[in-house]
Design a protein around this ligand. Structure first.
Ligand code: GLU
Length: 429
């Protein structure tokens, strides 16, 4: 092994669950296998840029609150930085660093011409008024106005943000550039401001598409299989909806208020309606008996979809997981130490950088449409996105079989190889 020990504080942490450490360990494993140089490892084991801003925002009660905000560009080797912006109370820099790097590998594995980036603001969006959120988002856009750009770094929604925030970003950014409307600076916008049909559902649709593709490759039919979905935000709820439409019985769902189990299958459209009319949470939902999030992860189901936060599947609970297929809707839901346990149990894990790539794939089509000024129908978008993610799945599946490695290792091999090749072509620094 030619790995150099990382020597700066930024890539070290003593925390037990550290998403950046999980990302690095998988990157280094792929780098070992590919035999990439120590210099290239040095570059890719660190973010290219970290931007931090302290954003003063006038709150409704008249006082000023200062929010800590980040934008991390991990790599631009394959194209401009690309990745969402997360609004959540637990957002921190190492998490955003990991999320940015995962975007690099994600865009590479599905072969779209982007690097990787991510943004985050430590805040509690559910406790903020519309006006406060708008002022915060505009302040962030102003602070990052030299970082963002249609050919430089293109943000998108992530946890705690949606088309609404993207609309404020495109508006504020366009104002800063003398009123030139620049929709390609951000994706996941509302349709009225240059968004793409199919973008809202894209990630959950992609998760379902790769699950169905995996089943097909191993000769199983979806009908009669059961699934548990952790997380009921954009990714979890739409995955649950598509899974149940494909004949898979979704017996459990959950959000931060806990889990809901129904052996006969949860009525997903009812759960979505309930969530939307109850402040965005499932608390009080009667369509299933209450279980804990921990119980949900270890249910006796065929398919498990962790679509909430990082670090949910750990060495502690991995031995108790009974599903034989896991599709990672969230970014980083499995810690690196849990990987060998899942592999040892023969569980097939469709890794995050492949399973949840449907969102950024449609973001790419949105950006293409903005630049061409020509817009696709919903079925055109879906057909392209389905084909792209299926093809990526097949490449990963074939590589895994050929090299006798897990799907995660195969996905990293493909992604790291593509990024390193581009890095070499850029030339010496
Ligand atoms: N936040 C999403 C992700 O983690 C989408 C990113 C994008 O569309 O740029 O993949």
């Amino acid at each position: 092994m030619s790995r150099k020990k990382e020597d700066t504080a930024i890539v070290e942490s003593n925390k037990l669950t550290d998403p950046y450490a999980s990302m690095l360990s998988r990157f280094h494993a792929a780098a070992d296998r590919l035999g990439i140089s120590a210099d290239e490892r040095e570059i890719l084991s660190r973010p290219a840029e970290i931007h931090i801003a302290y954003l003063p925002v006038a709150m409704d009660d008249g006082h000023i609150r200062v929010f800590e905000a980040y934008r991390v560009i991990h790599s631009r080797a394959l194209g401009p930085g690309k990745g969402g912006i997360r609004y959540a109370p637990e957002v921190n820099m190492r998490e955003v660093m990991a999320l940015a790097a995962w975007m690099t590998w994600k865009c590479a594995v599905v072969n779209i011409p982007y690097g990787g980036a991510k943004g985050g603001i430590t805040c509690e969006p559910k406790k903020m008024s519309l006006g406060e959120l708008e002022r915060l988002t505009r302040a962030y856009t102003r602070a990052m106005s030299k970082v963002f750009g249609p050919d430089k770094d293109i943000p998108a929604p992530d946890m705690g943000t949606s088309a609404r925030e993207m609309a404020w970003i495109v508006d504020e950014y366009s104002r800063l550039y003398e009123g030139n409307f620049i929709p390609a600076v951000v994706t996941g916008k509302p349709l009225e401001l240059g968004g793409s049909k199919g973008r809202v559902e894209a990630t959950g649709r992609g998760v379902t598409t790769v699950i169905l593709q995996a089943l097909q490759r191993i000769g199983r039919r979806p009908e009669g299989l059961t699934a548990a979905v952790q997380g009921f935000g954009n990714v979890g709820s739409i995955t649950a909806k598509y899974l149940s439409q494909s004949g898979i019985r979704v017996v459990a769902i959950s959000d931060k208020t806990g889990g809901y189990y129904n052996e006969g299958g949860i009525l997903i459209h009812q759960a979505i309606q309930y969530r939307d009319s109850h402040g965005g949470v499932l608390e009080g939902f009667k369509g299933g008996e209450r279980i804990t999030n921990e119980q949900l992860l270890t249910l006796d189901v065929d398919i498990l979809v962790p679509a909430a936060l990082e670090d949910q599947i750990t060495p502690q609970n991995a031995p108790n997981i009974k599903a034989w297929l896991i599709a990672e809707g969230a970014n980083g839901p499995t810690t690196a130490e849990a990987d060998p346990i899942l592999n040892g149990k023969g569980i097939m894990v469709i890794p995050d950088i492949l399973a949840n790539a449907g969102g950024v794939i449609v973001s790419y089509y949105e950006w293409v449409q903005n630049r061409r000024g020509h817009y696709y129908t919903e079925s055109e978008v879906q057909e392209r996105a389905d084909n792209t993610i299926k093809q990526a799945f097949d490449e990963v599946f074939t590589r895994a079989a050929a090299q006798k490695v897990s799907l995660r290792e195969a996905a990293y091999l493909i992604a790291v190889e593509r990024v390193v090749r581009a890095l070499r072509m850029h030339g010496k620094y």
